[in-house]
Design a protein around this ligand. Structure first.
Ligand SMILES: *Cc1c(COP(=O)(O)O)cnc(C)c1O
Length: 392
């Protein structure tokens, strides 16, 4: 079988060999519980603390402000529910956006049932929030603003520094889901005035099922998981030592040669977009033309179904996505594409290709060549396209 062309790095990334190598001893001989007092336990404890330092360094935080979780979804749930419950006496209003990941949106919807008020900010055609609408939405009941750093579907990067400044001025906590941004954007939580930040290792070539929440010292937050005293009494449960070690290594590698990697990804991304536009008609780019993640391409092909497109690509050995991993498989078009104003029928024809370390120029060209054939074949079957062709 020929090699798979993997272009779904926003869904997950392959584990780097160097990361696996650092994890393996903690799945074998170094299996001690970090809470145990004998040296086998101490070894695990040390490894966890070294990883914590690496994660903290990557975002200019203090190690004591990093709390390991079971992934990005848990960190999002914790940030929002934890702040909501701990600050109920100050207010019950939360501000987020319409294009957040479901880990944020569904958490907010859950809190609405518990008596919290949530404002879901609109976004413009590029997926950017309106800073004035944000400022106008803040009331004396507002306790939290949760806006993602970069969108997982369309790659749009939000004006995080301005949001942080507004939050600080108004005395409101600011949480950002930075799962897609880590490794692609230099993040300094002090410079950006971020109070809480979510990350997930499997989006930057680390293992799945491990993430972290950065919590600025002094932020009032309840635990999400109760039990033992791990993570300074804030997140109970025996630490996922191999996962944590892997996350530490992965984040260190993510910021090595970071400018060069981004330049390469941006070049490949632009080449892919340009070639698609050159060779296929009735196509539109979703997301911001420049203020977007280096590896993100999201386009809509009119007159075709995203699902059929993905299946045909799969048969050609190409892994892509129609939106987020969570919504593909459902018939509803993506909430993100609807929020940027696409009509249902066009949102259905979306394709997300997210590039990563392994992708090459040859792969880009091969994928475009395949796309040209697949899109033409699928459009042959579309009565709407036949009509448009006649008019032309
Ligand atoms: C993948 C992702 C998540 C969820 O992370 P998990 O580790 O899969 O729970 C949350 N937010 C964004 C933006 C993501 O891309």
């Amino acid at each position: 079988m020929k090699k798979l062309i993997y272009m779904d790095h926003a869904a997950t990334t392959p584990l780097k060999k160097e990361v696996l190598d650092e994890m393996l001893p903690y799945m074998k001989d170094k299996f001690g519980n970090p809470s145990s007092i004998y040296s086998l336990g101490g070894q695990s404890k040390n490894a966890v603390e070294i990883a914590r330092e690496k994660v903290a360094n990557a975002i200019n935080a203090k190690p004591r402000e990093i709390f390991f979780t079971g992934g990005g979804s848990e960190a999002d749930n914790w940030a929002i529910k934890g702040v909501a419950y701990a600050n109920r006496n100050r207010g019950n209003h939360i501000i987020t956006s319409k294009i957040e990941h479901h880990a944020v949106l569904h958490t907010c919807e859950y809190l609405e049932k518990q008596g919290f008020d949530v404002t879901y900010l609109d976004v413009d055609e590029y997926g950017l929030i309106d800073l004035e609408q944000l400022e106008r939405s803040i009331t004396d009941k507002t306790i939290l603003i949760s806006i993602m750093f970069a969108n997982n579907e369309i790659g749009t990067i939000q004006p995080i520094k301005e949001i942080g400044r507004i939050a600080k001025e108004k005395g409101v906590y600011f949480h950002t889901d930075a799962v897609q941004a880590i490794g692609h954007i230099k993040i300094d939580v002090d410079e950006l005035n971020i109070d809480l930040l979510t990350m997930a290792a499997h989006k930057f070539y680390g293992p799945k099922g491990i993430g972290a929440l950065y919590i600025r010292q002094g932020v009032k937050i309840d635990p999400l998981i109760s039990g033992g005293g791990q993570e300074r009494n804030r997140r109970a449960g025996t630490e996922n030592v191999p996962g944590i070690v892997g996350m530490g290594k992965a984040i260190e590698l993510a910021y090595e040669n970071f400018e060069e990697k981004n330049r390469r990804l941006t070049y490949l991304r632009n080449r892919l977009i340009e070639k698609i536009f050159e060779k296929i008609d009735y196509v539109r780019l979703n997301g911001h033309p420049t203020q977007r993640l280096p590896g993100n391409v999201n386009v809509c092909f009119e007159f075709i179904e995203g699902e059929s497109l993905l299946l045909s690509l799969d048969m050609a050995g190409i892994a892509g996505s129609s939106g987020s991993a969570c919504t593909s498989g459902s018939l509803e078009p993506s909430h993100v594409l609807l929020a940027i104003g696409l009509p249902h029928e066009i949102a259905h024809g979306s394709l997300r290709l997210t590039l990563g370390d392994s992708n090459t120029e040859e792969e880009i060209d091969y994928v475009v060549e395949k796309l040209v054939g697949i899109v033409a074949r699928l459009r042959e079957m579309s009565p709407l396209y036949e009509k448009v062709k006649e008019v032309k």
